[in-house]
Design a protein around this ligand. Structure first.
Ligand SMILES: NC(=O)CC[C@H](N)C(=O)O
Length: 481
């Protein structure tokens, strides 16, 4: 029977006591707690001081001890894993490695697995997010379907997880890659650790990866496929994983909106959060808005409600006739995963029908790309996707710069836009398109995420602009729908 690290530390009289006894700092003791293991070289001293047999320090005998790790010393093992991961892998499993990230270009990163086990089914485009907060919102953003996320921020896990921060009912990302072991939660809102949360949702993760090297590779060589595999003994068929990565067709041409959309229409009437725990009361006047769900984030629906919309969410494949039958005063096109050109097959005829009826339209991210396609433009795959919460965007009408939250791998080709469509926003990172508006129809959209979650809320004004557009049309005497 092994004892938990916490109970051993308690027996000895606390972190400072055990630190001075073993000649380490209290930071090292914090890491032992996090790794749920004490390095073997300290076992004789610790066992004696705690008055327990040395076997009791061996992790793995009790369920609680093994839940996140099979290692005796994460720090020592990580060193050996990190030095092994430069590229070609000999086939030998580095000491302590239980997971691997295998890229289609043949690069193999070994590391330690966390979250759910996976033997190769976690396959998708490997991308990186530079966001420093909001890993839970990111993981539950349906736009990440078909992708494995590398978080460049190191302390993933630090605020735990809670039921309120989900952006959708499921996790759509196929896996996550981090540098350090998951950080233990230290936040009053945390209900569960990220590790347990991932296990419950069947999502695998890998830590101990040199995320800087991985990010540079994606940044400089462009998007590619990866497989994340995680098994307890680390015995993985790397060659088979490489083959699977090469065989995966990639996101181009993939319609994933139909995979993540809702099954049937539903109403939404919750506003944005208001400190400390309630949601903001909705305004008295509400406009009837139909939101087409290509993979909608909940905070978009909250922002629409707070701006004054009575929202009915409908599935991605809803036709123009079905949308117009609901007599909307405005139609919203949501964010979502996959290639806009593929989803356009059914989305563009529906959007066209709504535009032809003169109903005001507002789109975000995939919704922006689909509006551009419906207005006659084209989309393309970016060499470097934009994912993070600090992306500068310039509003060309005002010259104002907004710091925005973004997550997209495709973009609207400005050169393809017809004369009656103007560019409204541009990325200050790479000058790619971030917003358009029609000169002849009440329709506009942005590539970035004005709803934040995670990220800044500089761009909330866009929801108000949509509501003002609806009101202007109603004031001009047009009947709804
Ligand atoms: N967040 C989104 O809506 C993403 C849109 C699209 N799937 C892209 O990657 O560009």
């Amino acid at each position: 029977m092994s004892l938990s690290v916490d109970s051993i530390i308690e027996r000895i009289g606390g972190a400072e006591k055990i630190a001075s006894l073993t000649g380490v700092g209290t930071e090292a003791v914090r890491k032992w707690r996090q790794a749920r293991a004490i390095p073997p070289k300290h076992w004789p001293v610790v066992a004696k001081a705690a008055g327990v047999p040395i076997e009791a320090l061996q992790p793995g005998a009790s369920g609680a001890e093994t839940s996140s790790s099979e290692f005796s010393s994460h720090d020592q093992k990580r060193d050996s894993i990190m030095s092994e991961q430069s590229g070609a892998v000999s086939g030998a499993i580095p000491d302590g490695a239980t997971a691997a990230l295998v890229l289609a270009d043949g690069t193999v990163f070994r590391g330690m697995g966390f979250g759910a086990p996976a033997t190769g089914e976690a396959i998708g485009e490997i991308c990186f997010s530079t966001g420093m907060t909001g890993y839970q919102e990111t993981l539950t953003d349906p736009s990440f379907a078909g992708q494995i996320i590398t978080f460049t921020f190191p302390h993933i896990g630090n605020v735990g997880t809670n039921a309120e921060d989900d952006e959708a009912a499921r996790v759509s990302a196929r896996g996550l890659v981090v540098k350090q072991d998951l950080t233990e939660p230290a936040n009053w809102r945390s209900a569960e650790s990220l590790d347990a949360w991932l296990k419950e949702r069947g999502v695998p993760g890998i830590c101990g990866v040199d995320t800087r090297a991985l990010t540079l590779r994606i940044r400089d060589k462009g998007p590619q496929t990866a497989v994340l595999a995680h098994v307890v003994d680390g015995k993985l068929d790397i060659e088979a994983l490489k083959k699977a990565a090469v065989a995966w067709p990639g996101l181009e041409g993939m319609d994933l909106a139909k995979v993540v959309t809702c099954e049937k229409p539903y109403g939404w009437s919750q506003g944005v959060w208001e400190w400390p725990s309630a949601t903001k009361p909705l305004p008295a006047k509400l406009r009837k808005v139909v939101a087409v769900d290509y993979g909608a984030k909940r905070n978009i629906l909250r922002c629409l409600a707070t701006a004054g919309c009575d929202v009915t969410v409908v599935p991605a494949t809803t036709t123009a006739e079905e949308i117009l039958a609901l007599k909307p005063e405005g139609v919203f096109l949501s964010n979502g995963p996959g290639d806009p050109a593929a989803t356009a097959a059914y989305a563009v005829p529906a959007i066209r029908g709504v535009l032809d009826a003169g109903v005001p339209v507002f789109g975000i991210c995939l919704g922006h790309q689909l509006l551009a396609l419906a207005l006659g433009g084209k989309t393309y795959k970016l060499e470097r996707g934009h994912r993070g919460a600090n992306q500068p965007v310039k509003d060309l009408a005002t010259g104002r710069v907004e710091i925005t939250s973004q997550n997209h791998g495709f973009a609207v080709d400005e050169r393809s836009l017809p004369n009656e469509v103007r560019v409204t926003h541009v990325s200050l990172f790479d000058r790619s398109n971030e917003g358009i508006a029609s000169n002849t129809l009440p329709a506009f959209s942005v590539q970035y995420h004005p709803e934040a979650s995670p990220g800044p809320s500089d761009s909330f004004y866009l929801f108000e602009r949509f509501v003002a557009m609806i009101d202007a049309r109603q004031a001009s005497g047009v009947k709804a729908g």
